[in-house]
Every structure is written in structure tokens, then in C-alpha cells.
Design a protein around this ligand. Structure first.
Ligand code: SF4
Ligand code: SF4
Length: 689
């Protein structure tokens, strides 16, 4: 169970989120620079596709890995393969016997295995040579971005830090701050006999280590000392140097917005000369000895290797709603954000995954959209939750209650089941029919008026919907996202059985969580010949537009894409087209596939309400930024989250699309055709592909 320390860490991070303003500014700078330079990398999408194919083929390919080991050895590298983090740390400690100082450049895996802390405990002084990493080292805090580790700290904070370190006042001028640390790092680079670097890629064909950097420090760590130790992981192995160049090009552009970094070093072994009588002399201008340590730690034999496709570009962090609020509280020490959680979970380190925020991910899927390797972190985090359940790791108390409620009451809201159908009292809905309305737990219990609006609209389409009443079950959406795949599948199976018994061919839901959960088990839908649609899809297909007219006095509206409807089911146009018939609308800066989340998904709202509200507040701010007065969405969870975060202030009115459409149709009620039972009618929607 997440302990009270971890909980208070989250609460404190939410309260102090303005301390991450610097990080957010840096992220905006990266995005701006990416836009400015986009035309200079016209083949970006092809490069990403090539990366994904490359990673699919090479990550976990033992033959490729062993080819790399062999070519590296041929080139004079000493290769060490460490099965575990502990073994890696021990081997590196052994390599450093007799040395008391080591200079080091950026490397995520060294953070992952807590190398610096271990070496310091053995009296080996570790000097980070990347300015950002050195700042982080002195501050004793976690990095906020893979290539801009100190981007969350202000010049003032850095000045105070340096003043303490150097024992005298230091100006806040970034140039002077850089200069004073440059001099100190240079003095260490001059005296250290061992340098440690990471690797952005290792090429199997050539036996080369490829390192990309801007400061020039990594080259100095690799070249100046007598011994160079490269610390990396097996998934960094790619077939050829061409592939490595693609990795570095994408990594540079996506992490900084530049199209090429200042330095791209290709190292193929120790420095040597044989210019005098062909006698081989090692260490002419560079190191005599180059050692490469591959830290496996559960990677090569992980059943799910997708988390290892990461190239450390940090794009996911720029778009993650949780990371935006919490920063490095979300993630592991070597790998920030959801990908860190996923990597820890998929390599068997479940305690680490829990501690890194296994239950802080809203499952919004925004990270996958921007990831060059198309890593499905949402799926990976859910799998890690599933693994944690199977390993009998305790769950959060709030989630425990939610699960009990789903099991006992068929809803996550701890409300007796008989309440569910109350909204339909007196509406005369049929118990059976080809088109069945599935209100869902949240609509039924939190927004019963929405359910009534939905049925009125379905009737306005000339269809008399059937409804299961209090027999309607939970679709299993939330429990699946919490990792309870079997329970979710059981719920979906029971739902489909109910649909079948009611004679349904088409099920229309008000909640995208329901339609996505029921569509997730596509085989059930296919087997039963029952199609599931979100109400926006149904209305888009069947609602006569002449019934809709602009709603007077509504103000400018903007549409918020629910993650379960947009990214999960790719329903973007239908709600927008319907909205445009009743309101003047504008788009927020992030919409459609790059939409931000409302913060309520995946059990985050129940377990971390302050985090959920903070995320929702950002969405309200985005609506205000485009002068929208009404924020329209198509999901009861989003409506709840976006309304409640405003704590009654209602600076932006939050409405469900169904509510708006019903208002429009009802306003012109004379135009509504009489409802007629269409149970036997063949509708386009009834076809299950
Ligand atoms: S799914 Fe959303 S919340 Fe989870 S890691 Fe990705 S962007 Fe962050
Ligand atoms: S998960 Fe994807 S987007 Fe995030 S750092 Fe890794 S490669 Fe970049």
C-alpha cells in the first residue's frame, strides 16, 4: 500500500506546484523551438516510424546483443554484462579500485542503479560534469527532464546553492553561474583518472558506442581520463551506425527542439598509436582502457519489452498531466514519469513501480501520441497494476472500497443497486429492444438528468430505446484500469449477456468509459453481434440536424475531448459537428489527439483528489485562455471533475454535449418528430464490423 509518506509527497507536490513553474517554462521553450525547426526535419514522421520498427526488431534480440558484445570486444572494449543492478554496482566498484575520484556525464541507468550514492559510500568522489546534473547533485533533488535535469530550478535557487557550495556569494547571472561551475568541473576533469559516460546507442555491426551531447563534457569524460567506463543497457543496442544516427537525431530534436546536437561522438575502442616501428601503444591521446557495462536488471527476459523502446527524449513528460503537476515525484530515479513506472513494472520491480506512482497515472494516453517509439505507457501501467495484484501487493484503501462497491453494488459509487434505474421512473422505457440505452453508473447516479436527456434525444431520432433499469451492471471500466482485468472481463461478459437477453443489436452509452470498456473486449461484441456506440456517434448518425438550432445566450463554447472517447476510440469529429450546430465554438490549444486530461481517470480522482483537481484546473485555464465561456464535453467523469475543481466559482460553465443538444431540440419542440418504435428497423449502426 502506498504509505502516508508517499501520499504526503503527492499532497505537498500539488500544494507547491508553482515551484515547478520553471520546468513548465522550459517545456514551453522546447515546444516553441520544435515548432520553429519543424520544417528543418521534414521526414520526422518517417523517422519515428523507422524508430518504432527498429525497436520492435532489436529490443530483446539476443543474437543482435551478442553480435554487439563480440564486435565491441574485437574493437578492444572490455565488456561486462551485469544481470542485476547490485551486480553492476559491484563490478563498477571493482573497476574503480585504487581511484578516489571519477568524472561522469549524463546517464539514466547510473541514476537507476543509484551508482553515485554507492560509490560515494565507498569513498569515491563522483563529479557530475553536465551542468544540469551537477546542479541536481548539489541540490540533492531529482532530475526533472532527461536532457534538462535542473530545468525546474530558478537562477536564484541555483545561486543560493552555489553560494553554499563555494562558501561565498554568487551572482544570479546565468553566465556567471555557468562560468563558476565550468571552472570547477574543468579542474576535476583535469585530475580524474576515470570517466564514466552513458550511451545513446551501441551499434552491433560496427561495435561502436554513440554519445550525443551539447556541452562537450561527455567527450571529455570519455577522452581525458586513462580509463573510460561506459554504463548502458542492452536495449540501447541497434544494428548499425545509421540506426544510431536516427536515434540521436530524434532524441535531440524532441528533447531540445534543435535538429542536431553540438557533439555526436562515436567511440570504437581505446586510443592507440603504432607509429613507431608498428609497436602498439595504448592511450595516446585518449584512454588506455575502455570498459562497457551492460546493466540488464530484468530487461532481456522481460515478457513485455515495450517500455525499453524509450530513447529518453522526454516528450511524454511535456504532455503528461500528472507530471505537469507533480514533476519528478512521478517516476523512478532514472526514468521520469509513466515510462519509469512502466519500465519498473515490466522488469519485475513492483515495489519500485508502486513507489514511483503506479496509481498516479490517469490512463489518459497523451504520452503515446507524442512518443517517437509509440510506447503505450497507459497499457503498460495497467499491466503493472495487474502484476501488482497478482503478486498480492496491497491496494490503495480508496480503490479497495471502489472495487468492493463494483462487486456488491454494480457501481463504483457505493450506492445501492436499486438506485440505478430511478432516473427512468415514469419514462416508460422498454425492457427489450434492438437499440438499448446503457446509461452507465456515473450518468445514472451522479447526473440522472443527463440520462433523461439522452433518452429524449434517442427518441428524437425516431428510436424507442430499451433500458435495463436497476438490472444494469457496471461495465468494468475503472476496475480494468486499476489492473483487475479478470473482474473487468467478467463484468463485460455479464453486460453482453444482459444485452443479448434484452434483444439488443446496438447499445448506446452516455459514458465513453463504458463504450471503451465494452469495446475493449472486441471478441464479445463480435460473438454476440452487438455493436457498442457512444451517444455522440449515435446522434451524429441519426439526429436530424434540422432539429438543432443555436442556443441563445450560450456564449462561446469549447470542446474538451474525453480521453476515453478521443484517444481511446478516435471519436473527435462527431461531437464537434453536433456542437457546431448549437453553439459557436473555438478550439483550446491542446485538443483532439493532443488534448489534456480532466484528471479523473483510472482511480486518480478517488485516491488523489487534490491531484485530480489540479489537473482539471489546468483544463479550465486552457478554456479561459481561448475566451470560452462554456466548456462542453461528452463524459460524466469529465463533467464532474471540471465542475468540482472550480469549487462553485464556475468561471467556465461545464456542460455535457447531451445536455446542450437536448436543450436545443427541446427549444424547438414543435420540430421534433413523434417517437416511434423502431425495434424492427435496420439501422446503419446495427451492423457489427
Ligand atoms: S497515460 Fe497520461 S497520465 Fe499516464 S503516464 Fe501517460 S500521459 Fe501521464
Ligand atoms: S517514453 Fe517515449 S516520449 Fe517518453 S522519453 Fe521515452 S521515447 Fe521519449
Amino acid at each position: 500500500m502506498i504509505d502516508s509518506t508517499a501520499r504526503s509527497r503527492v499532497r505537498r507536490a500539488v500544494e507547491e506546484r508553482s515551484s515547478l513553474d520553471g520546468m513548465r517554462r522550459s517545456f514551453r521553450t522546447i515546444r516553441t523551438r520544435q515548432k520553429e525547426n519543424a520544417a528543418r526535419i521534414p521526414d520526422l514522421e518517417q523517422r519515428k516510424e523507422r524508430l518504432r520498427s527498429l525497436k520492435e526488431a532489436s529490443v530483446g534480440d539476443e543474437r543482435l546483443f551478442m553480435q554487439a558484445v563480440s564486435t565491441l570486444r574485437e574493437n578492444g572494449f572490455r565488456v561486462i554484462i551485469a544481470k542485476t543492478a547490485e551486480a553492476a554496482v559491484k563490478q563498477i566498484e571493482h573497476e574503480l579500485k585504487g581511484y578516489d575520484i571519477v568524472v561522469k556525464s549524463k546517464s539514466n541507468v547510473t541514476k537507476e542503479i543509484h551508482l553515485a550514492a554507492h560509490l560515494e559510500s565507498k569513498n569515491v568522489k563522483v563529479i557530475e560534469t553536465d551542468l544540469g546534473d551537477r546542479i541536481i547533485q548539489l541540490a540533492g533533488c531529482a532530475a526533472a527532464h532527461p536532457t534538462g535535469p535542473a530545468c525546474h530550478l530558478t537562477r536564484k535557487e541555483i545561486s543560493v546553492l552555489f553560494a553554499k557550495h563555494f562558501g561565498h556569494e554568487v551572482s544570479e547571472d546565468p553566465m556567471e553561474l555557468t562560468e563558476i561551475m565550468r571552472e570547477e568541473i574543468a579542474s576535476y576533469l583535469g585530475k580524474a583518472k576515470v570517466g564514466i559516460t552513458g550511451a545513446n546507442a551501441v551499434t552491433a555491426q560496427e561495435g561502436a558506442v554513440v554519445i550525443v551531447h551539447n556541452e562537450g563534457n561527455a567527450a571529455k569524460c570519455a577522452m581525458l581520463p586513462d580509463k573510460h567506463i561506459v554504463i548502458t543497457t542492452p536495449e540501447k543496442v541497434v544494428p548499425t551506425l545509421d540506426d544510431a544516427v536516427n536515434v540521436t537525431k530524434l532524441q535531440t530534436y524532441l528533447s531540445t527542439g534543435k535538429i542536431i546536437s553540438s557533439y555526436l561522438n562515436v567511440i570504437t575502442g581505446p586510443s592507440y598509436t603504432s607509429d613507431i616501428e608498428k609497436q602498439l601503444y595504448r592511450g595516446m591521446h585518449g584512454p588506455k582502457e575502455v570498459v562497457i557495462v551492460f546493466v540488464d536488471d530484468g530487461r532481456l527476459y522481460a515478457a513485455d519489452k515495450e517500455a525499453q523502446y524509450c530513447i529518453g527524449c522526454g516528450m511524454c513528460l511535456l504532455h503528461c498531466p500528472t507530471y505537469d503537476i507533480l514533476g519528478p515525484v512521478f517516476g523512478t530515479s532514472g526514468h521520469m514519469g509513466g515510462q519509469g513506472v512502466y519500465l519498473a513494472g515490466s522488469t519485475g520491480k513492483l515495489e519500485e513501480a508502486i513507489d514511483a506512482g503506479l496509481y498516479l497515472c490517469t490512463s489518459c494516453g497523451a504520452c503515446k501520441e507524442v512518443c517517437p517509439s509509440k510506447i503505450d505507457t497507459r497499457r503498460g501501467v495497467i499491466s503493472a497494476r495487474n502484476a501488482a495484484i497478482k503478486a498480492k501487493k496491497p491496494e490503495l484503501e480508496e480503490h479497495h472500497q471502489l472495487l468492493a462497491s463494483v462487486r456488491n453494488y454494480e457501481n463504483p459509487w457505493q450506492v445501492p443497486r436499486k438506485q440505478k434505474g430511478k432516473w427512468a421512473d415514469g419514462l416508460g422505457l422498454l425492457a427489450k429492444g434492438e437499440v438499448l440505452y446503457f446509461a452507465g453508473c456515473s450518468t445514472s447516479l451522479l447526473f440522472p438528468e443527463l440520462a433523461k436527456s439522452a433518452t429524449r434525444l434517442i427518441r428524437a431520432c425516431g428510436v424507442e430505446p430499451a433500458y435495463l433499469g436497476q438490472a444494469e451492471r457496471c461495465c468494468g471500466s475503472t476496475v480494468r484500469k486499476l489492473g483487475h482485468e479478470d473482474l473487468a472481463k467478467g463484468k463485460a461478459e455479464a453486460c453482453f449477456k444482459d444485452f443479448e437477453n434484452a434483444g439488443a443489436r446496438l447499445v448506446v452509452t452516455s459514458c465513453p468509459g463504458c463504450s471503451s470498456a465494452l469495446n475493449y473486449f472486441a471478441e464479445l461484441s463480435k460473438k454476440k453481434g452487438i455493436k457498442i456506440q457512444h451517444i455522440s456517434q449515435f446522434l451524429h448518425e441519426h439526429l436530424d440536424r434540422s432539429l438543432l438550432s443555436p442556443i441563445e445566450g450560450l456564449g462561446i463554447a469549447t470542446y474538451h475531448d474525453p480521453c476515453d472517447l478521443g484517444r481511446e476510440q478516435e471519436v473527435y469529429d462527431e461531437p464537434r459537428e453536433l456542437l457546431s450546430a448549437v453553439a459557436r465554438s473555438v478550439e483550446m490549444s491542446r485538443s483532439r489527439a493532443s488534448s489534456d486530461c480532466c484528471g479523473s481517470g483510472s482511480g486518480v480522482r478517488s485516491a488523489f483528489p487534490e491531484l485530480s483537481s489540479a489537473i482539471a484546473e489546468e483544463r479550465i485555464a486552457a478554456a479561459k485562455a481561448v475566451d470560452a465561456e462554456v466548456l462542453v464535453t461528452a463524459c460524466p467523469w469529465c463533467v464532474q471533475s471540471l465542475r468540482e475543481c472550480q469549487q462553485g466559482k464556475n468561471e467556465v460553465q461545464v456542460l455535457d454535449l447531451v445536455e446542450l443538444l437536448d436543450r436545443s431540440v427541446s427549444a424547438g419542440v414543435g420540430r421534433v418528430p413523434p417517437a416511434r418504435h423502431r425495434a424492427g428497423t435496420r439501422m446503419r449502426s446495427l451492423t457489427v464490423e
